[in-house]
Ligand binder design. Structure first.
Ligand SMILES: [Ca+2]
Ligand SMILES: [Ca+2]
Ligand SMILES: [Ca+2]
Length: 848
């Protein structure tokens, strides 16, 4: 998430519908954001003339020593011109040194045919200029280009109130929504639920046909009318073809004379790929490391922000003026989104979800640790014996540790809220080419608690792989928590949004709850348990209709208290609260025809609605892990349909997944739409999706008055509806990993045993556990083994009555009693050490 708007700009957006009615009387305005009220988009500039908004104007540093006017340009593309219509180009401009520039209206591509080429003489004082011309040809691909090169000396240009009036009003935007039969464009698990949504005038059931790729009708039925869908305004009906289970590629569904895009049945492999893609996505977002084409084909680039010119960071970064007297090395971490900022609060929720994607393999029956092991992702850290998802999370954790105020300084232990450019940069811009000064912003209680929470969670997860790093994380978490307690109300402000997102938050009670929960789970210490129990969030409903996100993190604490073993007295209630919360989301999902697991109380889709949808699906997935109730698993599958194409726009919001997938997301790196030499976002990128507030100039211009589902456009300039962020992809990673673990959605294989794990001794760091395994199946277990994973720091040294081996946190025990008949039991004793923290019993066991 990139920007927050000032109140003044919100007002400006709100008046759009009123001025639109005057369009017939006034000449039409063909440019977007000529006042720079909403930043620099969609203006662009050549890399040698970096521009930013200064005092409400667009100002650019023009270099010395270029030859031609076109050696430095500031412009706007996608300008429409009509032959025979007259136009007026008007603007205000000033130059630090008097200079004559070119102001052109021309084709944006060769042969760059000029409709206007004016030569305004600029002075140090701002002057107004205007020129009229009559267009000779029609084009949708014109541009306004200020050619400002050719000067022997460097100078500064400032522009404002740029306007091109004339011609027809821009046409009303009508999205191409394709066939009226909407499906999950990736497809459906063979044994899972399968539904399509038909947009139709009809109010009674319609016949539908399911066809194989060869065109053979393989199933038929009748749709169920669902009335007018509130989030789209469409009259819709539902075709349920769940009972058809034959795997295959290229199926289509036909109803009301329309045929869906093709989709597959039997798509576990697609979810397996999505697990890998959505997690490998983080590598190409990394700052401070060269991205290797050999690892991420098509995405190789130089390391960003390592203090190599023109970069000015992030190896030695000062605070904003007056904030501190030290500089920090804050290299590394992930670029947050389409910009080059690095924000601890959004890093925190993202790290939490990556760590939880891994931790889930220890606490959820059927979760596949082997699919997330060393070598599983496209990252450089192969062969280090550490699961790659932990390697990736560590890249951000190391950055968050560097953001902590050093000992001996004021507010020591607190964490700087963010580091980013002093002014907004334009698109496209490679991270290594960012010339802006970088600045540390004030420490905040929210950022401090984000480090406390994720470092505490990381400490217990890294202990089996890197004890020193785990100890460092634990110490940082405790220091941070204590600093937050001492400074409980240092809030990030909404006004701190120049050059980076504000990520403002003036309620950190939820962050306190989350941090205390993670510290308690990891350490078992009473001080954190007391904080958890005393928090109003511990018994409040944290499963809000609008979901959870970087700003509301109580849900993260609740989910981990429910899933990761701990000694809370009311843990059964905590676990039940997740199931109850998920039931609410399931009801929401079933209550609308597109099965959207999201129903914000104000009826407006928020910025990043897709991220909120996926987070609600993560809650439903967790309820399945806790309860085993397959209604929850079916709910997650059905909820994914919406994200993968069964929606009002017929749009898959995940790049590379589905026939009609988002691929022009707002990003300075993946800016293919602006420069064909650059890539689109990598496969597995989740777009933020519909946003009722449409704050960016492109969306506000073409989508005014949109119903929630229609408040989206796959345009790189639409940063309020189509950005990518680390926190949306982390939610997708968690849910994709869950889905990949579900096979084809059929009956769940039950473990053939029950296991009772009892600590019989726990003294001075040494423990003995008695593990009794009983065969509850009808078959004899031959040559069987017991498996489980520790969620804490335990390490088995030896087994009595068996042989134990531990890899990371995973333990495998081969019992001496290699044959276990139905109803028979055997008991194994495990002797081990616990390095620190509680000696919690493992959560799930396998045998067989
Ligand atoms: Ca202005
Ligand atoms: Ca690894
Ligand atoms: Ca908060």
């Amino acid at each position: 998430m990139k920007r927050k708007l000032s109140l003044a700009l919100v007002a400006a957006v709100l008046v759009v519908p009123m001025t639109a009615s005057a369009a017939l009387a006034d000449p039409a305005e063909q440019l977007v954001n000529g006042t720079f009220d909403s930043g620099t988009d969609p203006w662009w500039w050549t890399g040698n003339a970096p521009a930013s908004v200064v005092g409400g104007q667009l100002c650019a540093a023009i270099p010395a020593g270029t030859t031609n006017p076109w050696d430095a340009i500031i412009g706007q593309n996608a300008v429409k011109l009509q032959a025979g219509e007259s136009y007026k180009l008007a603007f205000k401009a000033s130059a630090s040194t008097p200079v004559t520039i070119r102001a052109n209206v021309q084709l944006a591509a060769p042969p760059y045919t000029q409709e206007l080429s004016a030569a305004p003489a600029l002075t140090a004082a701002q002057q107004s200029y205007s020129y009229t011309f009559t267009a000779a040809a029609d084009t949708d691909a014109g541009q306004v280009a200020f050619q400002v090169g050719g000067s022997a000396t460097a100078w500064t240009l400032c522009l404002d109130d740029i306007s091109l009036q004339g011609g027809a009003p821009p046409p009303v935007y009508v999205p191409d929504t394709g066939p009226r039969v909407r499906v999950n464009q990736v497809g459906y698990l063979a044994d899972g639920p399968k539904a399509a949504t038909v947009v139709t005038e009809a109010t009674t059931g319609l016949p539908w046909q399911l066809r194989s790729a060869a065109g053979t009708v393989v199933a038929t039925g009748t749709t169920t009318p669902a009335g007018v869908d509130a989030t789209s305004g469409q009259n819709v009906q539902t075709a349920d073809f769940s009972s058809y289970r034959v795997k295959g590629a290229g199926y289509t569904l036909t109803a009301d004379g329309e045929t869906s895009v093709p989709f597959d049945i039997g798509v576990n492999a697609a979810y397996e790929k999505l697990r890998t893609d959505s997690l490998s996505w983080y590598y190409t977002q990394r700052s401070g490391i060269e991205i290797l084409d050999s690892i991420a084909p098509g995405y190789g680039r130089a390391a960003g922000h390592l203090g190599v010119a023109p970069n000015q960071g992030d190896t030695d970064v000062p605070c904003q003026p007056g904030l501190c007297d030290y500089r920090l090395d804050v290299r590394g971490g992930w670029y947050d989104a389409g910009d080059h900022g690095k924000y601890v609060v959004n890093g925190g929720i993202s790290v939490y979800q990556l760590l939880s994607t891994f931790e889930r393999t220890k606490v959820a029956a059927g979760a596949r640790a082997d699919k997330l092991g060393d070598g599983s992702l496209r990252v450089p850290e192969h062969g280090n014996q550490v699961p790659d998802v932990l390697d990736e999370a560590r890249w951000e954790l190391e950055f968050m540790l560097r953001m902590q105020v050093p000992a001996g300084k004021p507010l020591a232990g607190m964490v700087h809220h963010k580091v980013h450019d002093a002014a907004w940069t334009g698109l496209p811009l490679d991270p290594a080419a960012d010339p802006q000064p970088r600045e540390l912003h004030a420490p905040s209680t929210a950022a401090t608690l984000n480090l406390a929470a994720t470092a505490a969670q990381g400490a217990r997860l890294f202990q089996p792989y890197d004890k020193a790093f785990a100890a460092k994380l634990l110490a940082a978490a405790k220091t941070a928590y204590a600093a937050a307690v001492a400074n409980p109300a240092r809030y990030a402000l909404v006004t701190d949004g120049t050059g980076g997102g504000a990520y403002d938050d003036d309620n950190v009670t939820d962050e306190f709850y989350w941090a205390a929960a993670e510290l308690f789970i990891s350490t078992g210490e009473k001080v954190y348990q007391d904080a958890v129990v005393a928090s109003p969030w511990h018994t409040a409903d944290v499963f809000r209709p609008e979901g959870f996100d970087w700003k509301f993190t109580a849900t993260a604490g609740r989910l981990d208290l429910a899933t990761v073993p701990n000694a809370l007295a009311d843990r059964a209630r905590v676990r039940q609260s997740v199931v109850d919360g998920a039931r609410g989301y399931l009801q929401t999902l079933r209550g609308n025809a597109y099965n959207i697991a999201y129903n914000p109380s104000n009826g407006k889709f928020d910025w990043g609605s897709n991220g909120l949808v996926v987070n609600n699906l993560a809650v439903i997935a967790t309820a399945y892990d806790i309860s085993g109730d397959t209604a929850f698993r079916d709910g997650v599958l059905t909820g994914m349909d919406y994200l993968l194409g069964r929606n009002a726009l017929n749009q898959s919001y995940v790049t590379g997944y589905g026939e009609r997938a988002s691929h022009n997301q707002h990003s300075r790196m993946y800016a293919h739409q602006l420069n064909p030499a650059l890539p689109n976002p990598p496969a597995g990128s989740l777009s933020g999706g519909p946003n009722s507030s449409i704050q960016d100039p492109v969306a506000s211009k073409i989508l005014a008055g949109c119903k929630p589902q229609f408040c989206y456009v796959d345009d790189i300039e639409s940063w309020s509806t189509n950005e990518i962020t680390i926190n949306w992809n982390s939610a997708l990673s968690f849910v994709a990993s869950f889905l990949a673990d579900q096979g084809e959605g059929g009956a769940v294989a039950k473990q053939p045993c029950t296991v009772t794990y009892t600590r019989v001794l726990d003294l001075g760091g040494v423990y003995i556990a008695s593990v009794t395994v009983r065969n509850t199946s009808r078959q004899t277990l031959n040559d069987w083994a017991l498996g489980f994973a520790y969620t804490g720091t335990q390490k088995v040294d030896l087994a009595v009555n068996g042989t134990a081996t531990q890899t990371g946190a995973s333990v495998k025990v081969k019992p001496w009693q290699s044959r276990l008949r139905p109803g028979e039991s055997t008991t194994i004793l495990l002797v081990g050490k616990v390095a620190w923290g509680p000696n919690a019993a493992p959560a799930v066991f396998t045998c067989g």
